[in-house]
Design a protein around this ligand. Structure first.
Ligand code: ATP
Length: 283
């Protein structure tokens, strides 16, 4: 069985505060894009769960989120682990704020569910995904959604009007736990207008959404990295993006375009900067 695992972007990302359990309460608008990993699941007779990917530095054991998803699936279903080969062709940049690992996990859950004689509802599959990671429930559902709590409380939103997305993952990576630890001590300059963005989605107003792209984690980046992300965003805007922001805990910067020509120009310009650059669509 072959299945796509789509990357996500944060149209907005707000941190509301730290909870007694150590997690943060978030409020963010998520959007899936066509950029995707491809997973192939194949039964094997060895009885083992095996994972392989085209990236040598990713775990090829139970630490891979795709394997964890399968293990949680069988546990939730009260079944013993079965012989399964998961092959992942990664295209989503790693440690980029685009939920690549969570999306692979969600794809495995969807694939295993699809093989069931009486499949679970997407919401039930999402609940199993919660055991793997906070972004997994969203990745199970996909599309445009408001995510709250740790990211697992989901409200579907009207889809973002069709547009082109140019994104660039600079050559450095960001440690998500380190940035979450830092966000508590940073004075946030500004907060996203999440409700305004939801209103714009409801009105089908792409420009209204693009004007409200905002991610509080940009304020928590170390200076050099913040400047690099700001340069990327400025380039996107100069090339005609309707708005630009950073996804997740970064460092991927992206811009939304209503013109394919301008999006292609932006991609070319960003390729001169280095890093991994993609031109994609929302899904
Ligand atoms: P998020 O946006 O959810 O914070 P991210 O895009 O920043 O995620 P990922 O690329 O999903 O980060 O994953 C980063 C970490 O997860 C890496 O340390 C990587 O080794 C580990 N990992 C485990 N399984 C996978 C997988 N299938 N794909 C990518 N990373 C994986």
């Amino acid at each position: 069985m072959e299945i796509k695992a789509h990357a996500k972007l944060n149209l907005t990302l707000d941190v509301l505060g730290k909870r007694p359990d150590g997690y943060h309460d978030l409020r963010m608008i998520m959007q899936s894009v066509a950029l995707a990993d491809t997973l192939t699941l194949e039964d094997n007779a060895s009885g083992q769960l095996r994972v392989s990917t085209n990236l040598h530095f990713l775990p090829n054991n139970d630490k891979n989120l795709a394997a964890q998803a399968a293990l949680h699936w069988w546990e939730a279903r009260g079944e013993k682990p079965r012989g399964l080969d998961i092959t992942i062709e990664k295209r989503i940049p790693v440690c980029a704020g685009m939920a690549g690992g969570s999306s692979d996990a969600a794809a495995v859950l969807r694939a295993l569910n699809a093989r069931e004689r009486s499949p679970l509802s997407p919401a039930e599959v999402a609940r199993i995904g919660e055991r793997v990671g906070s972004d997994v429930p969203y990745c199970v559902l996909g599309g445009t959604a408001l995510a709250e709590g740790r990211g697992e409380i989901l409200t579907p939103l009207p889809p973002l009007p069709r547009c082109w997305v140019v994104l660039c993952k600079p050559e450095f990576s960001i440690s998500t736990p380190a940035l979450f630890a830092k966000i508590d001590s940073v004075r946030l300059r500004c907060r996203p207008d999440t409700q305004g963005a939801i209103d714009a989605l409801e009105a089908g107003d792409l420009t209204g959404v693009a004007r409200r792209l905002y991610n509080v984690f940009e304020d928590a980046l170390p200076d050099r990295q913040r400047n690099r992300v700001a340069d990327l965003k400025n380039t996107l805007i100069q090339c005609g993006a309707l708005g630009a922001s950073m996804s997740g805990t970064g460092p991927t910067a992206f811009g939304l375009f209503d013109s394919e020509d301008r999006a292609m120009e932006a991609r070319e310009k960003l390729e001169d900067f280095g890093g991994e650059v993609f031109l994609t669509r929302t899904v």
